[in-house]
Write a new protein. Structure first.
Length: 223
């Protein structure tokens, strides 16, 4: 049976974690767990969590660890996670990383790889402010780097409606980057010390980053 992989994709906002997680999901039969997507769903549904998270997300600040950990603990207990998962946007603080280790240990599991998609700050604003997604299927696009093949029509599902994230504006991106450097970057040495860190060059094209990631994951599977 295939190895049940537990992967983390790390890196700055707009660095390609979500795009790559979706590609790896199909390639390795894993599920993508994005705490950002879960929070946006909670905001859209008007739940208590959504109400607590919304203002923080709009300001580019992190949502408190307790909220995130409750959400993720529930999610990884669901049946579709039994064959392995890719974490995208979580953990985002060292306490989240420690709690994740405890949570997985209780299930007899552990993180196999924590991969940093490294992108310099100066590339981030351009990447984030140009991105949009299909309103129906969620396929991701970019004004400059990845336009739909037919203008105004989703390549995947044919929908003609697109959405942009409220927090994908220049002012909020700066706050999100500041939060990344202050609170999230310290998880990189945390995984390095455990021997689980791998780094790929996220400034390359989508295909090239996928190739680097696949090499890293294939090596882990073979090992
Ligand atoms: P993302 O979609 O990963 O860019 O996340 C969007 C926003 O959701 C972030 O700017 C935070 O406000 C919040 N968020 C997502 N994941 C986390 C997390 N693991 N810890 C704290 N806040 C989070």
């Amino acid at each position: 049976m295939a190895k049940k992989l537990h992967l983390i994709l790390m890196g700055p906002p707009g660095g390609g974690k979500g795009t790559q997680a979706k590609i790896l999901e199909d390639r390795y039969g894993l599920v993508q767990l994005s705490t950002g997507d879960m929070l946006r769903a909670a905001v859209a549904a008007g739940t208590e969590v959504g109400k607590q998270a919304q203002a923080l997300m709009d300001a580019g600040a992190l949502v408190p660890d307790e909220i995130i950990l409750t959400m993720i603990a529930e999610r990884i207990g669901e049946p579709d996670c039994a064959n392995g998962f890719i974490l995208d946007g979580f953990p985002r603080t060292v306490p989240q990383a420690q709690a994740l280790d405890t949570m997985l240990a209780e299930r007899g599991a552990a993180i196999d790889l924590a991969i940093e998609i490294r992108v310099p700050d100066e590339r981030i604003v351009e990447r984030i402010t140009g991105r949009f997604a299909c309103a129906k299927c969620g396929a991701g696009y970019h004004d400059k780097f990845q336009r739909p093949k037919t203008e105004g029509v989703c390549d995947v599902c044919g929908s003609t409606e697109f959405v942009r994230r409220k927090d994908d504006n220049e002012a909020t991106v700066k706050e999100r980057l500041a939060a990344y450097h202050a609170k999230t970057a310290p998880i990189i040495p945390y995984y390095q010390e455990k021997g689980l860190l791998r780094v790929v060059d996220g400034a390359r094209s989508i295909d090239e980053v996928t190739r680097q990631l696949s090499d890293v994951v294939d090596a882990a599977v073979a090992g």
